[in-house]
Design a protein around this ligand. Structure first.
Ligand code: HEM
Length: 287
């Protein structure tokens, strides 16, 4: 999961692209979501409810059914994302509908509970739904804030350019380190062998690398007895390597931030669907 793009509709290198899916077709899905939420609210306020749990009135059932259908459809985005098509039901349209109908659920599902929450399956499903929605809100806020920093706008290199830059430095470093004494040359080789991409999610999120072999190789050159000209060349190359690695780590950190919320959004969706299914089954079988 860590390697695929987590963002909607190829946003990574397009600052402001988040706007295009939120505004899709002049906020069509915001308007549809609002109409649904307002209808739910009007029904809740003006249709007299029968005694008993609100979800059990005909209007409560209607809200529950609409809510469950929306949730099932929202969960399908995971499948839809992996099938590229354009046009009326492009991924952009889906993502737009996903966000706005997802937010409308706050009203629809909350009113379906009749504002009576307790220790039961329905409340568990509602809580999980709210957590999924909250993580979604976090998700679109990072998409909104971060893509600009990932773009070339600030003179940043793209990841493939950085990898190429690193290779170019390493080609020179391999030769330059040859005149160095054994242990120092070995440290330089270790620095070149360390992959900047091997870091796990937590390390990528931190943006730091306490075990950076390039830094260790630089430190190992302190007080070296090697030929000063060779030493200066290796130092300068290691310094460039280190600066480039720092840039790469910063980019990986931003990408990790764009991905990490999906590690909450997706598992909670699975839990929500399980709780929702259990809630529906228990309502129909046990009343
Ligand atoms: C109960 C409601 C929701 C459910 C069940 C749900 C479920 C999902 C699922 C299954 C995915 C696909 C993830 C993947 O495979 O990569 C997804 C993606 C996403 N969701 Fe939700 N979601 C809900 C509500 C929301 C809300 C309210 C928002 C925003 C306010 C939101 C924002 C997003 C975004 C931005 C994506 C990523 C789209 C992309 O990467 O192209 N979700 N959601």
């Amino acid at each position: 999961m860590a390697t695929r793009s987590a963002a909607p509709v190829g946003r990574a290198n397009r600052p402001g692209a988040h706007e295009s899916f939120l505004r899709h077709r002049r906020f069509r899905w915001l308007k549809i979501g609002l109409v649904l939420a307002l209808l739910a609210l009007a029904g809740f306020l003006f249709i007299p409810a029968a005694p008993g749990p609100y979800g059990g009135t005909w209007f409560g059932y209607t809200l529950g059914t609409i809510g469950a259908l929306i949730i099932a459809w929202l969960a399908l985005l995971g499948i839809r994302k992996r099938a590229m098509t354009r046009g009326r039901w492009s991924l952009k349209a889906w993502t737009s509908a996903h966000v706005w109908l997802g937010l409308a659920l706050i009203v629809i599902a909350t009113l379906h509970t009749g504002l009576r929450l307790g220790l039961n399956l329905a409340t568990l499903a509602w809580t999980l739904m709210m957590l999924v929605i909250l993580s979604g809100v976090y998700g679109i806020s990072v998409y909104a804030a971060l893509p600009a920093s990932l773009s070339r706008g600030e003179g940043e290199q793209t990841q493939p350019e950085m990898v190429e830059g690193l290779r170019a430095i390493d080609r020179q470093l391999g030769d330059a380190a040859q005149p160095l004494p054994g242990t120092e040359a070995e440290r330089v080789r270790e620095a070149m062998a360390q992959s900047p991409f091997a870091a796990g999610l937590r390390r990528r999120l931190s943006g730091h690398a306490p075990d950076c072999a390039t830094l260790a190789a630089l430190a190992g050159l302190e007080g070296s007895q090697a030929d000063p000209a060779a030493l200066a060349r290796v130092r300068s190359l290691l310094g460039r390597r280190r600066a480039l690695l720092e840039k790469m780590r910063r980019q990986m950190q931003l990408r990790a931030l764009l991905e990490v919320w999906l590690y909450v959004h997706i598992p909670l969706t699975v839990a929500l669907i399980a709780a929702l299914a259990a809630h529906i089954v228990s309502v129909f079988y046990y009343g």
